[in-house]
Design a protein around this ligand. Sequence first.
Ligand code: SF4
Length: 86
Amino acid sequence: MTGGCPTVLGNGNLVPRLRGSIVKVRADNERCEAHGQCWMVDEDLFTLDDDGYSTLGAGVDVPPGKEAVAQAGVDACPLQALRIDA
Ligand code: SF4
């Protein structure tokens, strides 16, 4: 059986958390234009290279409990370059 409490995000959306599932956040490098808005939300999760472009690439694991922060960073990107995979 799968299950688990959903995580309520700042925008009121729910991210379903399946027991043992890993939430990932990824960046589309073709869209990123180094605005740094994601980094301002959480500089440890939304890492940038020396030129200010996202280094998330194909995806990094979101630490448990930081799902709402991850969503806030995704929402902050003006180019919709970030995405969460649950
Ligand atoms: S906010 Fe968007 S455009 Fe800016 S660095 Fe982050 S992913 Fe790139």
